[in-house]
Write a protein that binds this ligand. Structure first.
Ligand code: ZN
Length: 376
């Protein structure tokens, strides 16, 4: 990804300005190729050395589909892991329509390369909790599929002998970034995607961490303030209520209602209830101290979750999808300081921070890679 382009802005809800603001910190030294060190010694570039290239892979061609809140994105990967064809459809509401739409996407990318619908391995990423058998248990943004055996429903509509894999979309995206994206060459990866909520995926010692039931990675729902704001999951004070794009908007509105965010108020038509994350990030980029204070608060909440996860997982790299923090002076500095105060033994760790590279195709690419790897 070029340093001047921010493809994640489309899918995160943070907006282009916020994404630019956040990624600015990571990319502040262009020669470092998007790598910053969150903890410990000097940063190293991820652009050389141990990185694999996409062309170095050889695998069964496969199809991957990612079900997002608004779109269904399908890709067809070649034997060398390259995206040969892709399709984007609108996400339907009904459960049966979701299955139909997945298969339409599969048909589109299969037809583009002259193949039959059911002949290739298929991986599908869903926005929710999927067990290891492929049954959906909690999909807060796609409730219609809750309780359904998605893997079986898809498999019976295709060639029964073909591999069909279903899994959480952020887990799939993490595997893609580890295999062919920003975290190539790292064996211990934490991926954090900041959108309307927070998604996550983890690789430990080179293996995808899925958990006993397949539910690993629900990092956005770590409760970090039991008296905090309610979350769509039914609990209070989940991490994503503070450190996501929606969380930033909430912090900004609280500041605006308290009369502490005049700079963003102007951008929201002087209506404090209309203040969103993009208003405060734009104001912070323009150098307004009140907006920078809100971004520092946001950075603290982000650091709190990252420190908790680092204490548990001990990653060597954190991949940030969706966007991250402004230039050194606004967020990366406060993030690094807060992280050092919150994590155990920061001086003994070297944790690098990189921006996700695969953008909106990450989930589909990762699902296809896993389906190919689990074939045969
Ligand atoms: Zn929650």
């Amino acid at each position: 990804m070029g340093l001047g382009t921010y493809p994640h802005a489309f899918v995160t809800g943070l907006g282009v300005a916020a994404t630019e603001y956040l990624l600015g910190a990571i990319c502040a030294r262009p020669e470092r190729s998007q790598v910053r060190t969150l903890s410990g010694g000097a940063s190293r570039s991820c652009s050389g050395g141990t990185a694999r290239t996409i062309g170095a892979l050889y695998m069964t061609p496969a199809i991957g589909v990612d079900i997002g809140g608004t779109k269904v994105l399908a890709v067809r990967l070649s034997a060398t892991g390259e995206v040969e064809a892709w399709s984007k459809l609108r996400t339907p509401v009904g459960a049966g329509d979701v299955i139909d739409t997945v298969l339409v996407g599969v048909a589109h990318v299969a037809e583009a390369t002259g193949e039959r619908l059911g002949s290739l391995p298929l991986g599908v990423g869903f926005p929710g909790m999927l067990d290891r058998n492929g049954t959906a248990h909690f999909c807060p943004h796609l409730h219609s599929v809750d309780g359904m055996d998605l893997r079986q429903l898809l498999a019976e509509r295709r060639d029964p002998s073909a591999t069909t894999v279903v899994l959480n979309d952020a887990t799939a995206a993490c595997w893609a970034e580890h295999s062919v994206g920003a975290a190539q060459g790292f064996d211990d990866v934490l991926m954090v995607t900041l959108g309307t909520g927070i998604g996550g995926g983890m690789v430990t010692r080179g293996r995808l961490l899925e958990g006993a039931h397949g539910f690993a990675g629900e990092i956005g729902h770590m409760v970090i303030d039991p008296h905090g704001p309610p979350c769509p999951c039914g609990k209070r004070g989940c991490w994503e209520r503070f450190a996501s794009g929606d969380g930033l908007g909430r912090l900004a509105r609280e500041a605006a209602l308290a009369g502490k965010l005049g700079s963003a108020m102007k951008r929201a038509g002087d209506d404090p209830d209309a203040v969103r994350g993009e208003h405060v990030t734009e104001a912070a980029l323009d150098g307004h101290p009140d907006a920078q204070a809100v971004m520092r608060e946001f950075a603290w909440w982000l650091a709190l979750g990252l420190a908790n996860l680092s204490n548990v997982l001990d990653p060597s790299v954190i991949v940030l999808g969706g966007g991250l923090i402004e230039a050194e002076q606004a967020v990366m500095g406060p993030l690094r300081d807060a992280f050092a105060n919150l994590v155990e033994a920061p001086e003994a760790r070297r944790i690098e921070v990189v921006a996700a590279q695969l953008g909106e195709k990450a989930g589909a690419v990762g699902a296809a890679l896993l389906a190919a790897q689990r074939t045969g």
